[in-house]
Ligand binder design. Sequence first.
Ligand code: PLP
Length: 369
Amino acid sequence: MPKAQETVLEIDLGALAHNYRTIRSNVPQDVKFMAVIKAYAYGSDSVSVAQKLEEIGADYFAVAYIQEGVRLRKAGISTPVMIFHPQKENFEQLLEHCLEPSLYSEKLLKEFIAFAEEKQQKDYPVHIKFNTGMNRLGFAEKETGKIFEILRNTSAVKVQSAFSHLAASEDWKEREFTLGQINTFRRIATKFIEEFSYEPLLHICNTSGIFNYPEAALSMVRSGIGLYGFGNDKNIDTDLKPVGTLKTLISQIQHLETGETVGYNRTYKVDRPSKIATLPLGYADGIHRKYGNEKIGVFVKEQYAPIVGNICMDIIMIDVTDIDCEEGDEVIIFGGPQHATKFAKAGDTISYELITGISQRVTRVIIPE
Ligand SMILES: *Cc1c(COP(=O)(O)O)cnc(C)c1O
């Protein structure tokens, strides 16, 4: 690996392919795989991630917003793309780029059908989302009669899939609740099939659902975080490889006398002659102030160096007193010796938030398989 010349997020497409194959091997062969690549593919790089996953056989992509789908199409991605959270404002672009909306409310369903009819569409693929306990987006089970009636009265759209989302698939204490969600969804699916005499794709499992409820894989699974190397569980993590490594380098080393302090508001006071290294990244790059003041450290020459003082907008200081290092040496924030889940925990958050929060200011470096 070349030495970092600036702060970079390395994206390891070999690790991505490994994770894809590992997750896929946990579901029956005929189950389709929807790769969730919203939010720049969880903060990595949506186009190169989509290209790789398309090459190795992902059946479907999902993003949150229409603009994210447009970006994929403009980059030449031809795999079907589902939009989790479309807004009416962008329906024209959705149609123009053959993106498939998730319809989750009566208002949105009617708006989209009216739009599709006006555009003289026939069987435009749509996805119907059911709320089985997450209470975020989706139709309630008791609304099925009304929804099915609306769908029966149009030929402009066709239900490509019906789906729901698990609220706590990673949490064993919520097993009963999750099984209840799965049962509710099965009942809804059965009703749909009775009404329409065909079976749309059915899906409810996210990454943790795939591993913890393999009996609920149905005809498609949706995986996001697992593709990027995190399984919300130590045992699953061991089979996955983190895709992103956030690296930087030492800009400067300061030599402090006992009693001197570091950074804004002088929160770190050294109690021995110390070496403080300065790194070119900060909270504007997604490493929030919460990680400062020794909550966590980084790795320099495979040795742990605590983050000291307050994290600045564009700068982080670390204590390297016990490490034989110099200006220009590489520093790993997360990835390699430092698992992002552990780093995230130190900031009271989860891998999802840490990795999607690395700002677009950080250069992405794609490492091919
Ligand atoms: C983000 C998202 C997923 C992916 O979940 P992971 O836990 O990252 O696998 C799946 N389904 C929906 C509806 C989502 O919003």
